[in-house]
Design a protein around this ligand. Structure first.
Ligand SMILES: Cc1cc2nc3c(=O)[nH]c(=O)nc-3n(C[C@H](O)[C@H](O)[C@H](O)COP(=O)(O)O)c2cc1C
Length: 321
């Protein structure tokens, strides 16, 4: 007999993974992970792959695992290598993650690295590194699972990059979790840093704006993809993922939904364009965003708001995208 769960109005989807692998992947995306770049050395040069399947396995002996899809062009290199290194990315290393999640011949380009154990590339600016001896490989369906024995590790005083719900994210202390930093978080000097302040402000505003996206039948990723296509028609899913700071699978999911809703039309080969329906929906969201901003900025000094807008714009322009 089928298991019946009590009705939950927030249930988004459920079912048999075999019937809709994309939906299954979205459910898996609810599990937040870090982001790593896993490297190895071969006779033909260095290899690096962005992976969030990394996990610790055992403390004694010190073992870790990760999995690589069998279709990866790098599978033979990893299988044959006696070592691999795990570079755990820091919060400001999205570019490194994007660089090594692409399937190209020259992933390294002018990227700096130093050789670690077995010649495996180690990158600067990471949150942690684990240099491993490759101890075993196991079949895992459409992936191979690799187990490494950690020979050397190092970690740094840097925030980690996270990946959750198909997009990059940052870790925030949970307000209800006991913190050993200080009881009065508002008075703590860490609060002066731009990054945590921006994240907190973003989290508040984005959460409050959700109801407007819901009303227009769009989620955050779909809105970002539409906004991107409105100014850069003809982009591919991979370009959108890179420039909109989203994972390729999140963009593909968003596009599949947007095409179904008639908001985006595939323009072969591999290019996408926003439709009139997409533009209309985006315009309605934009109108809502204007009203929303007015409402949430009401009561703040207009000069402060103007100065903040200038600072945010200047910082955004440095990103160059
Ligand atoms: C955040 C993120 C996590 C990823 N995690 C994995 C993973 O754990 N295993 C995997 O096989 N691919 C993963 N990928 C995709 C690979 O990075 C990508 O398919 C690979 O680098 C493509 O190059 P290749 O075909 O040359 O291997 C991930 C991509 C991103 C953006």
């Amino acid at each position: 007999m089928e298991n019946k769960h009590p009705a939950d109005p927030q249930l988004l989807d459920e079912g048999d993974p075999a019937l809709d692998p994309r939906a299954f992947r979205r459910a898996l995306g609810q599990f937040a992970t870090g982001v790593t770049v896993i490297t190895t050395a071969t006779a033909d040069g260095p290899v690096a792959i962005t992976a969030n399947s990394f996990s610790s396995v055992s403390l004694d002996p010190p073992l870790v695992l990760w999995s690589l899809r069998k279709q990866s062009r790098n599978l033979p290199a990893v299988q044959g290598a006696p070592h691999f290194a795990i570079n755990v990315l820091a919060a400001d290393q999205i570019a490194l993650s994007n660089r090594f999640s692409r399937s190209t011949d020259d992933k390294f380009g002018n990227c700096d690295w130093i050789p670690g154990l077995g010649g495996c590339p180690l990158f600067a600016g990471v949150a942690a590194q684990f240099e491993c001896r490759h101890v075993s490989a196991h079949d895992g369906g459409d992936h191979m699972i690799f187990i490494g024995h950690v020979e050397r590790y190092r970690w740094f005083d840097r925030a980690s990059l996270l990946f959750a719900q198909g997009r990059y994210a940052l870790a925030l202390d949970h307000p209800s979790a006991p913190s050993d930093l200080t009881v009065d978080a508002a008075a703590h000097p860490r609060d002066d840093f731009f990054l945590p302040l921006l994240v907190r402000a973003y989290s508040y505003l984005s959460g409050a704006f959700d109801e407007h996206r819901d009303t227009e039948g769009l989620d955050t990723n779909q809105t970002r993809v539409l906004a991107f296509l409105a100014t850069r028609s003809g982009a591919s899913a991979e370009v959108i993922a890179r420039l909109a700071f989203l994972g390729v699978s999140a963009v593909e999911d968003a596009i599949a939904k947007l095409v179904g809703m008639g908001c985006v039309a595939p323009r072969p080969p591999g290019a996408l364009a926003i439709t009139q329906e997409g533009l209309d929906r985006l315009n309605r969201i934009t109108a809502r965003a204007h009203a929303f901003e007015e409402q949430h900025l009401a009561g703040l000094d207009v000069n402060d708001v103007a100065a903040t807008r200038r600072v945010l714009l200047a910082l955004a322009k440095r990103d160059g995208s």
